[in-house]
Design a protein around this ligand. Structure first.
Ligand code: MTE
Ligand code: MO
Length: 170
C-alpha cells in the first residue's frame, strides 16, 4: 500500500512538473514585444516572429565575469522592420530620437538611435532570445537586450516588453 502511495505521489509530482514547464514555455512563447512611437509600422512581435529573422550572437561576460553566448536578432533589424529612421535617414532632426525600452518589472533604459545604428556605433545591440543555447529563463526573458560594448550590464534590460521611439524634444 505504501509503495503504491509513493508511486502515485511520484506520478503526481511528475505531472505537476511537466505541466508547470509547459505553462512556463507557453507564457514565454505567448509574450509579445511591442515597437511603437515614431515608427512607420507599429509591431507586436512574438518569439516565433523573431525566430524567423536573421540570428546573430555575442559572447559576453556577465557582471560576475562569467562568459555567456547570447543569440537573437539585431535591434537595428527590428527598428528597420518597424520603419524607424535608420541608415541614410538618420540625420538632421532624426538624430534627436531615442528608443526607450521598458521591462515587465518597470525597469527602463534608453539608447539614442545613433547608438543603435551600426553606421554610427561600433557595437551591434542584440535583442537576445537565447543564452548558451537555451531560451532565456523566466525573470530574464523571453527577450533581453545585450549591448556588448557597454562596460557594465546595467542597460542589458531583462524581460523586455516594449520599445518606444520618440523625439527628445517638444
Ligand atoms: N528588467 C530589468 N533588467 C535589468 C535590471 C533590472 O532591475 N530589471 N537590472 C540591470 C542591472 S543594474 C544589471 S547589473 C544587470 C544584471 O544582470 P544579471 O541579472 O544577468 O546579472 O541587469 C540589468 N537589467
Ligand atoms: Mo547593476
Amino acid at each position: 500500500m505504501l509503495k503504491i502511495k509513493t508511486f502515485t505521489s511520484q506520478i503526481l509530482l511528475c505531472a505537476t512538473l511537466v505541466c508547470g514547464l509547459a505553462m512556463h514555455t507557453h507564457a514565454q512563447t505567448a509574450t509579445t514585444l511591442s515597437i511603437s512611437g515614431e515608427v512607420a509600422t507599429p509591431l507586436e512581435l512574438k518569439m516565433q516572429d523573431l525566430a524567423a529573422m536573421k540570428q546573430i550572437s555575442h559572447k559576453v561576460k556577465d557582471r560576475d565575469g562569467k562568459e555567456h553566448e547570447f543569440k537573437g536578432v539585431a535591434l537595428i533589424e527590428l527598428l528597420e522592420k518597424a520603419g524607424v529612421t535608420t541608415g541614410a535617414k538618420l540625420r538632421g532632426e532624426n538624430l534627436a530620437k531615442y528608443a526607450l525600452i521598458t521591462a515587465a518589472d518597470g525597469y527602463e533604459v534608453l539608447y539614442a538611435l545613433a547608438e543603435i545604428d551600426p553606421e554610427f556605433a561600433d557595437q551591434v545591440i542584440l535583442l537576445a532570445t537565447e543564452k548558451d543555447g537555451q531560451p532565456l529563463p523566466a525573470g530574464e526573458g523571453p527577450f533581453r537586450i545585450i549591448a556588448p560594448k557597454d562596460k557594465k550590464p546595467a542597460r542589458w534590460i531583462r524581460e523586455v516588453r516594449s520599445i518606444k521611439i520618440a523625439f527628445a524634444k517638444n
